[in-house]
Ligand binder design. Sequence first.
Ligand SMILES: [Zn+2]
Ligand SMILES: [Zn+2]
Length: 60
Amino acid sequence: MLLMKENCENCQKVLKQDSTEAMICSHECTYCKECVETVLNRICPNCAGDFQPRPTRVSK
Ligand SMILES: [Zn+2]
Ligand SMILES: [Zn+2]
């Protein structure tokens, strides 16, 4: 199961499990969409992987 980090690793923005702004790379580095697009240029600074939107998980 994916580890659901709840903050952007760049700006510490809160990314809840049902957030549609969360992006993850193949190594599960987690950033907000804004940082991925404007700061990181869609390349992970930790592992040079590219990003996918994180699937949302709705808690019931
Ligand atoms: Zn961010
Ligand atoms: Zn990464």
